[in-house]
Design a protein around this ligand. Structure first.
Ligand SMILES: [Zn+2]
Length: 112
């Protein structure tokens, strides 16, 4: 498979944000239970993530990885939002599947 190098990093990043939803599905579900919608999960009252961490239901290391990835993705997306949408349209579906497998391998989606 040949990928044009100028767009490669962009494609990887938006695919990562896509893979994020799948790899950290449990965390995404937990944080919906937080009392505050914009909860940062750092000591707010009624934080479901903190509860999950305290009870051992959610592994601390996994949550830290998740936070890190969110920050990277959000930072990048806010700078490239419009450009990103165009890329999504252009990008071939088969390539997406291939990328996703690569990324899931990298972040280990099979551990829960
Ligand atoms: Zn929270």
């Amino acid at each position: 498979m040949v990928i044009d190098t100028p767009g490669l990093r962009e494609i990887q990043l938006w695919t990562e944000s896509d893979a994020l939803d799948q790899s950290f599905e449990d965390i995404l579900k937990i944080q919906k239970l937080c009392e505050y919608r914009n909860c940062s999960h750092h000591g707010e009252p009624g934080c479901a993530v903190k509860e999950a961490l305290d009870s051992g239901f959610l592994e601390q290391g996994r949550f830290l990885n998740y936070e890190k990835l969110i920050k990277e993705t959000e930072h990048w997306e806010s700078k490239n939002r419009i450009h990103l949408k165009q890329k999504r349209k252009q990008f071939n579906k088969q390539q997406t599947k291939k990328m996703r497998r690569m990324i899931q391998g990298k972040y280990g989606s099979g551990e829960f």
